[in-house]
Design a protein around this ligand. Structure first.
Ligand code: ATP
Ligand code: MG
Length: 600
C-alpha cells in the first residue's frame, strides 16, 4: 500500500518534470537571433572582436605545424634558437590578439547589458499599475540587474568562444591530419562520441538552471520585500524570526543550487577527464605508429601538440554551451517582463489636451479590479462641473480612492466612459492630460533626494523661488528654513526623515507648484493637526477657486465649503448628493454619518 503510494508520487513527480522540461524546451529564447541583431547594431566592435578571435585561433593551431616542419626533414639542433624566436613571436601575437578580443568583447557586453536594462526599465515604467499588484518588486529587480548582466556577458562571449572553438578545431584537424591521417582518425572518432555526450548534458543543465534561477529570484523578492518593511520588523522586534526566515529561504536556494552545481560539476569533470584522456590515446597511438616505423619518433611530439589544440576548443564548447543555457534562461525570464502588454496606452491618434476646458463626466461607469471580484463602481453616473468643487464621502473601502485612480487612468472602466473635454479619457494623450491634473494621494510618495528635488517633481523647470513659494503655501517653509541644510536637506528613502504631516506638506507643495486645472485630493490633509490643517485648507480654498476640485475627506472642515458632496455606500454606489447644509438635514446616509460624529 505504502509502496504504491510512493510509486504514484514518484510517477507524478516524473510527469511534472517532463511537463516542465517540455515547457522550457518550447519556450524559445531567441538568443541566436538576438546575437545577429546586435551584430548589426555594433558592426565595428563585433568585426574587430571576431577578426582578433579568428587570428588568435589561427596562431594557436599554427604552432604545432611550425614545430612539425622543424622536427621532420631531419632535425637540425642549430635551428632551436630560430624555432624559439618564432614560437615566442606567435605566442606574443596571440596574447595581443586576445587582449583586443577581450576588450572589444567586454565593451559589446556592457553595451548590450545596458540596452537590455533600459528596455526592461522602460517596460517597467509602461506596464499597468495592476502589474505591480501581482508581481513582487524584488523579482523584477533581479531580472533587471542580474539577468541583464548574464545576457550582456554571453551575447559577446558565446559567439566569440564559438568562433574561436570552431576555427581552432577545424585548423587543428587540418594540421593533425596533415601530420598523420590514420592516427588523427582514431582521435577524431573518440572526440565525436564525447561531443554527443556534451550536447546531451547541456540540455539537462538548461532545465536545472531555469529552476535554480526561479528560486534565486523568489528568494531575492522575499528579502527585498522584508527589508522594505523594516519599520514593521523593528516595531515588533521580530529581527530574530526574520533572520530565521531568511536562513530557511536561503536553505531552499542552497538546495536548488546544489542540484545544478552537482550535475554541472559532474558533467564538466567527466567531459574534461575524457577529453584530456585523448592525450593518452594520442600518445599511445603515436608511439605504436612510431614503433612500427610508420612515422618518425620525433613526430609524436608535434602530433601530441596538435591533438592538444583540439582539446581546448571542445572544453571551450562545453563551457559556452553551459553559458548558452544560462543566457537563454535569462532571456526567457526577461521576456516574462517584456512580453507583458500594457492595456493603458495612448490610442492611435490620441488627442493632445491643451486645457481641461469642460465638465468631467462619468457615464455609466462600471469598474472592478478583477473579473469576478466585487464591483466597486456600478452604473456610476455623475458630472463634475468645470470650476466647481466636490467632496466624496463614504465608509472605508467604498471606492473613493478608486474614483481618483480612474481619473488618473491607472485603470480603465470595464464599461461606460469617463469624458474629459467631451472626449473619452481613453482617446486622450495621457501625458498632456496629466500635465493639468494635480493629485495628492493618501500615502504621499517621497523620493530619495532633498526638498528641492522632491517639490520640483511636478514642474521640472521650476525656479528655486517658485519652489520656496510653494513650500510657503504648504506651510512647510518655516520648518525647512530651520534646518541647517535648508532646501538641500536629504529626506531619506521613502521620506524616512519626515513626519507623516511633513510628507503630506511636501505633496501639497508639489500641487501648489504645479498649479493644475483639475485638483484631486485624497485625504490630503488627514495627517495634519487641526491648526495646520485649517491654515492649509485656507490655502487650498484659494487654490480651488475656479478649478475643478475633487476632495476625498473625512473631516467636516474639508468638505463644508465644497459646492457638492457625493455620498457613496457599499454595494449601492452613489446614494446622495447635495451641499453640506442640504445633506445635514436630509434623511439618509450623510445625516447618519454626521450625527454619529463621523464627519469631524
Ligand atoms: N489594486 C486593487 N486591487 C484589488 N482591489 C482593490 C485595489 N485597490 C483597492 N481595492 C479594493 O477596492 C475597494 C475600494 O477601495 P478604495 O481604495 O477605493 O476605498 P476608499 O473608499 O478610498 O477607502 P478608504 O477610505 O479606506 O481610503 C476596497 O474594497 C479595496 O479593497
Ligand atoms: Mg482611499
Amino acid at each position: 500500500m505504502k509502496k504504491s503510494k510512493k510509486f504514484k508520487k514518484l510517477k507524478l513527480k516524473k510527469a511534472k518534470a517532463k511537463k516542465e522540461y517540455s515547457e522550457i524546451k518550447i519556450k524559445k529564447s531567441g538568443f541566436i537571433s538576438a546575437i545577429f541583431k546586435y551584430y548589426k547594431v555594433y558592426p565595428v566592435l563585433y568585426t574587430i572582436a571576431i577578426t582578433a578571435t579568428i587570428l588568435a585561433s589561427v596562431l594557436t593551431v599554427i604552432i604545432p605545424k611550425v614545430t612539425n616542419t622543424f622536427l621532420t626533414n631531419g632535425f637540425d639542433p642549430n635551428k632551436i634558437i630560430q624555432l624559439t624566436y618564432i614560437l615566442i613571436s606567435l605566442q606574443v601575437g596571440s596574447g595581443i590578439l586576445m587582449y583586443i578580443r577581450n576588450l572589444t568583447g567586454g565593451l559589446i557586453g556592457v553595451k548590450i547589458e545596458i540596452e537590455y536594462r533600459n528596455k526592461v526599465l522602460d517596460q517597467l515604467l509602461k506596464v499597468d499599475m495592476s502589474y505591480y499588484e501581482t508581481s513582487k518588486i524584488g523579482e523584477s529587480l533581479t531580472k533587471l540587474i542580474s539577468d541583464t548582466e548574464i545576457i550582456g556577458d554571453n551575447m559577446q562571449a558565446i559567439p566569440l568562444a564559438f568562433l574561436s572553438a570552431l576555427v581552432t578545431f577545424i585548423g587543428g584537424i587540418i594540421v593533425t591530419f596533415s601530420i598523420n591521417w590514420q592516427m588523427s582518425l582514431i582521435v577524431l572518432g573518440i572526440i565525436l562520441i564525447i561531443a554527443v555526450a556534451a550536447i546531451f548534458s547541456v540540455q539537462i543543465i538548461r532545465i536545472l538552471n531555469y529552476k535554480w534561477r526561479k528560486v534565486y529570484t523568489e528568494v531575492n523578492a522575499d528579502v527585498t520585500d522584508r527589508i522594505s518593511t523594516i519599520a514593521l520588523i523593528k516595531s515588533n522586534a521580530t529581527e530574530e524570526s526574520e533572520m530565521k526566515r531568511f536562513l530557511s529561504e536561503h536553505k531552499r536556494y542552497y538546495g536548488a543550487s546544489k542540484k545544478t552545481i552537482n550535475f554541472n560539476s559532474f558533467a564538466q569533470a567527466l567531459l574534461v577527464t575524457l577529453l584530456t584522456g585523448i592525450n593518452i590515446v594520442g600518445l599511445v597511438t603515436g608511439l605504436h605508429f612510431a614503433s612500427k616505423g610508420i612515422i618518425e619518433p620525433a613526430v609524436v611530439i608535434s602530433f601530441m601538440l596538435s591533438v592538444n589544440t583540439l582539446i581546448f576548443p571542445i572544453i571551450q564548447s562545453i563551457q559556452f554551451l553551459t553559458n548558452w543555457a544560462r543566457a537563454s534562461t535569462a532571456i526567457l525570464r526577461i521576456n516574462e517582463i517584456l512580453d507583458v502588454k500594457p492595456k493603458i496606452v495612448d490610442a492611435d491618434k490620441a488627442i493632445k489636451v491643451n486645457s481641461i476646458s469642460g465638465d468631467i463626466i462619468f457615464k455609466n461607469v462600471n469598474f472592478r479590479y478583477k473579473e469576478g471580484s466585487p464591483w466597486i463602481l456600478k452604473d456610476f453616473d455623475y458630472t463634475f462641473k468645470k470650476g466647481k468643487s466636490y467632496a466624496i464621502v463614504g465608509a472605508t473601502g467604498v471606492g473613493k480612492s478608486t474614483i481618483s485612480k480612474l481619473l488618473l487612468r491607472y485603470y480603465d472602466p470595464e464599461s461606460g466612459e469617463i469624458l474629459i473635454n467631451n472626449t473619452n479619457l481613453k482617446q486622450l494623450n495621457l501625458k498632456s492630460y496629466l500635465g493639468h491634473v494635480g493629485y495628492i494621494e493618501q500615502d504621499p510618495q517621497i523620493l530619495y533626494g532633498d526638498f528641492t528635488e522632491n517639490i520640483r517633481y511636478t514642474k521640472q523647470n521650476a525656479t528655486n523661488a517658485e519652489i520656496a513659494a510653494a513650500a510657503k503655501k504648504a506651510n512647510l517653509s518655516d520648518y525647512i528654513e530651520e534646518l541647517p541644510d535648508k532646501y538641500q536637506t536629504m529626506l531619506g528613502e521613502r521620506g524616512m526623515n519626515l513626519s507623516g504631516g511633513q510628507k503630506q506638506r511636501v505633496a501639497i507643495a508639489r500641487v501648489f507648484l504645479k498649479n493644475p486645472e483639475l485638483l484631486i485630493l485624497d485625504e490630503a490633509t488627514s495627517a495634519l493637526d487641526n491648526i495646520v490643517e485649517k491654515e492649509i485648507q485656507a490655502q487650498f480654498n484659494k487654490l480651488m477657486v475656479g478649478r475643478t476640485s475633487i476632495v476625498i475627506a473625512h473631516r467636516l472642515s474639508t468638505i463644508k465649503n465644497v459646492d457638492q458632496i457625493l455620498v457613496l455606500e457599499k454595494n449601492r454606489g452613489l446614494v446622495q448628493t447635495g451641499t453640506f447644509e442640504e445633506l445635514k438635514v436630509k434623511e439618509g446616509h450623510f445625516k447618519n454619518l454626521y450625527q454619529a460624529g463621523l464627519m469631524d
